[in-house]
Design a protein around this ligand. Structure first.
Ligand SMILES: [Zn+2]
Length: 531
């Protein structure tokens, strides 16, 4: 039997951005899109051009991704022509290879929310799809409230889906917008739809309000749908969207799906899944869910006892899949060997060749374990990991020494009698035989320290001239008796290359200083500055 293709559509940057407390910057969106692209996701929906400045900027420029970069927006408004709708025009102008329209498919919503007729809604779907096709875009239509709409008026819901398909939409996506539909209902309704529209043009977009978004997505596939929409770590408003981080390994590793279907994620990319999931959480400044299926820290952790000894004899006895396949690790066994292969994989990821029998690899593992135990996070701080690895395995030149720094925060009245807070940092640096002193004022202690530190590095100044900080994230960790602060700093150089460094200390200035130092040293190393 020929294997069929299932297409994965990620909407982390659009529907996932609806999550409470999530606010992606342009830099976040580009970095996450890059990770999804590396993973082998077929479609990445970047956002809603015209709806906010970030998304407008994101789609204002051609982005170089292998994935089909997709813009989201509404079909033309009722009562307007396709050529006279500013929202549709912005969408058609977006630099994206595909356009995903959203349209109502529940007659009740057409009447109450859109305040228009069923016919006008169908015309809007047809004309919008046609306009996007004319612009050379691949077109998708998200049928909002499809399942509730189908239950209320199957003929009309289906008419909306067919209108898009007949106009040449590549995909008609059935959305469980309220997230209340159960797997057996999804399977039955999708089974009806594929009688009218071929399954390889049908997608599923499930929300997790009964915690069955993953099950609903798989049920739709069983009934014939061939595109799954979801988000990383199940991000999304209310209870979230279907979690691609659970769906991907299920499709890859469970025979029911693995034997019948291919997806764009290969075995090597699957091994990066845990890393991708954790890196997203680090970026969102939140702790990864330890109990997340497949990728959580506890997903393959077994308490010692009879289980542990059985696992020692044969891991398959207590594991539904092998943890390494998704880049996770077995917890009970963190034997020297298992830990080592983990570190070796990390080394390979940052491009350092190392021999597994090299005793320094064992030492690096020990250091990483100790540092992670006190709060360092290397999943997203690649640059700090690389420096640590290079320092342990070989040599990183000692370019300069910060012999002393002083940060002063002062609140006082200024000349106009206004209350102001002024911060100033003084940094003493030794570069070779030169002793340099720099001072800078900043809008906060970390900013002042950063400015002073990068003001004068003597002969190295030219290498860091193009360096800038693009993001600064702080988390307070409650480890043991006292809280410690973890600082993650993202930097960018003149070529647009980005890297992240980490610092940990009970003192936020000290943690920031460590991350700043790592960032500068990493830049010097990357620029091959002479020692
Ligand atoms: Zn949605």
């Amino acid at each position: 039997m020929a294997r069929e293709r299932i297409y994965l559509f990620d909407t982390t940057l659009r529907d996932g951005a609806q999550t409470n407390g999530v606010d992606f910057t342009l830099a976040d969106k580009l970095a996450i899109a890059g990770m999804l692209d590396d993973l082998g996701i077929d479609y990445v929906e970047g956002g809603y051009p015209g709806a906010n400045p970030t998304d407008t900027e994101l789609f204002g420029k051609e982005r170089k991704f292998g994935t089909t970069f997709t813009a989201f927006g509404m079909t033309r408004r009722p009562g307007r022509s396709a050529s006279n709708d500013p929202g549709l025009a912005a969408l058609l102008d977006a630099k994206a290879s595909a356009i995903c329209f959203v349209a109502k498919s529940w007659d009740y919503h057409v009447k109450v929310a859109l305040e228009t007729t069923n016919e006008e809604n169908l015309a809007s779907i047809r004309e919008s799809v046609r306009a996007a096709k004319a612009k050379g875009r691949e077109v998708l239509l998200d049928c909002e409230h499809f399942f509730d709409g189908y239950k209320a008026n199957p003929k009309y819901a289906l008419a909306c889906a067919k209108a898009a398909y007949e106009e040449g939409a590549r995909w008609v996506v059935l959305c469980d917008t309220n997230g209340g539909t159960l797997p057996d209902e999804v399977e039955k309704i999708v089974g009806e739809v594929v009688k009218a529209i071929p399954g390889d043009h049908i997608g599923i977009h499930a929300h997790n309000d009964t915690e069955q978004a993953v099950a609903n997505s798989l049920a739709a596939v069983r009934a014939g749908a061939r595109q799954i929409q979801g988000t990383l770590n199940g991000l999304g408003e209310r209870c979230g969207n279907a979690n691609l981080v659970s769906i991907i390994p299920t499709l890859k590793l469970k025979p029911e799906f693995a034997e019948r279907f291919d997806i764009g994620v290969n075995e090597a990319a699957l091994k990066k899944l845990a890393h991708v999931s954790h890196a997203l959480d680090e970026r969102l400044n939140r702790a990864p869910n330890r109990h997340a299926p497949y990728v959580g820290e506890s997903a393959f952790a077994t308490k010692a006892g009879i289980h542990a000894s059985a696992i020692l004899k044969d891991p398959a006895t207590y594991e539904h899949v092998a943890p390494e396949t998704v880049g996770n690790r077995r917890k009970v066994l963190v034997s020297e060997q298992a830990g080592k292969s983990n570190v070796l994989a990390e080394l390979e990821r940052v491009g350092i060749k190392a021999d597994k029998d090299d005793p320094r690899v064992g030492r690096l593992l020990q250091i990483v374990k100790e540092r992670e135990a006190i709060g360092y996070a290397y999943e997203s701080a690649d640059a700090s990991f690389e420096l640590l690895a290079r320092r342990t395995l070989g040599k990183v030149p000692n370019y300069f020494d910060v012999t002393q720094f002083d940060v002063n925060v002062e609140q006082r009245n200024n000349a106009k009698g206004e209350r102001v807070t002024v911060t100033m940092a003084v940094v003493k640096v030794k570069v070779g035989d030169d002793n340099l002193i720099s001072a800078a004022e900043g809008n906060g202690p970390v900013n002042a320290l950063d400015l002073a530190l990068r003001k004068d590095l003597g002969k190295y100044q030219k290498y860091i001239a193009g360096l800038k900080l693009t993001d600064y994230r702080v988390r307070i960790l409650n480890g043991g008796t006292e809280a410690v602060t973890r600082v993650l700093i993202e930097s960018e150089d003149e070529q647009g290359e980005r890297w992240t460094t980490v610092g940990v200390s009970p003192n936020i200035i000290d943690a920031s200083f460590q991350a700043l130092m790592d960032s500068i040293v990493f830049k010097l190393l990357k620029s091959r500055a002479p020692a």
